[in-house]
Design a protein around this ligand. Structure first.
Ligand SMILES: Cc1cc2nc3c(=O)[nH]c(=O)nc-3n(C[C@H](O)[C@H](O)[C@H](O)COP(=O)(O)OP(=O)(O)OC[C@H]3O[C@@H](n4cnc5c(N)ncnc54)[C@H](O)[C@@H]3O)c2cc1C
Length: 241
């Protein structure tokens, strides 16, 4: 069973109309590896009886285990993100975690692709800031794809939070979530990346529809990936897939 933990909101910053950056202070060290997430318990229970608990990825470096940041996009009519957007400094939050297998493997080497779509950039930034990933940064390529240039976190913020050793960064617009051309577009970008050299490893976070297609493409060309290399935030792949 998940153990309930607490953290205090020590600051909030609006990063645009629908994005909130939260500064938090945990009551004890989190014990997370960059790329993992927590599950926030809003303590709201829907009329259906379902508790509103939502996952949010650690944005900041795992070198710091007490003070951390989350960035949350407000999803229309979403109770979890609406709850987060009401939080103010001084409030305590309840959560469990760390959770997830989306983090750098110990002792891995070689050219590494980290590809994020949409809000998946939080997990990608956390991953890039994992202490154990530092030696691989000079061979790392970060790609962030989103539906418009003002989606979620500003480019400027993201660029500022990418470790300076990261070899290559691409931030691009792709068709909106659910658009029929979105997946083909993302696959074309992956083909382009692979045409410029092999990948020792790849990690993909964000839109589950894109993740699934890219995972299949990576497997097809022999890049050693599994479901653990992927973190879907929405458009979850079917369990049987
Ligand atoms: C492992 C993991 C890590 C996550 N990390 C983050 C994070 O760091 N920041 C963040 O903002 N969100 C993150 N999310 C998404 C988050 O958990 C919630 O799904 C989101 O806040 C919406 O919750 P809600 O209750 O407001 O809306 P809900 O009522 O739960 O959602 C309504 C619908 O919107 C979908 N949805 C969720 N996010 C998006 C999106 N970006 N674009 C389009 N549809 C979406 C949901 O899947 C659902 O179908 C993460 C999800 C997972 C699984």
């Amino acid at each position: 069973m998940a153990i309930a933990r607490t953290a205090q909101v020590v600051g909030t910053e609006r990063m645009g109309p629908d994005t909130l950056l939260l500064d938090l202070l945990a009551t004890e060290p989190l014990g997370f590896v960059g790329g993992q997430y927590l599950i926030l318990d809003s303590r709201i229970v829907l009329p259906s009886g379902k508790a509103v608990k939502r996952a949010y990825s650690f944005l900041t470096s795992d070198a710091e285990q007490i003070r951390f940041q989350l960035a949350v996009k407000r999803v229309p009519d979403g109770p979890g993100s609406a709850f987060v957007h009401e939080l103010e400094a001084g409030t305590d939050i309840l959560f469990s975690g760390p959770w997830g297998k989306f983090f750098p493997r110990e002792g891995a080497s070689g050219r590494t692709l980290i590809l994020a779509t949409d809000t998946g950039i939080t997990a990608a930034l956390g991953f890039l800031h994992a202490t154990r990933f530092a030696p691989l940064l000079p061979q790392a390529l970060l790609i962030w794809l989103r539906g418009s240039s003002d989606y979620f976190l500003p480019d400027e913020f993201v660029r500022k939070h990418i470790p300076s050793d990261c070899r290559e960064v691409r931030i691009e617009v792709i068709p909106a979530i659910g658009h029929p051309e979105r997946v083909p577009h993302a696959r074309a970008i992956l083909r382009q990346v692979m045409s410029r050299g092999g990948l020792a490893q790849a990690f993909i976070a964000g839109d589950g529809a894109v993740n699934q297609a890219l995972l299949d493409d990576l497997v097809a060309v022999g890049v050693p990936v599994s479901k653990d290399n992927v973190e879907s935030f929405f458009n979850m792949p079917k369990k049987s897939a």
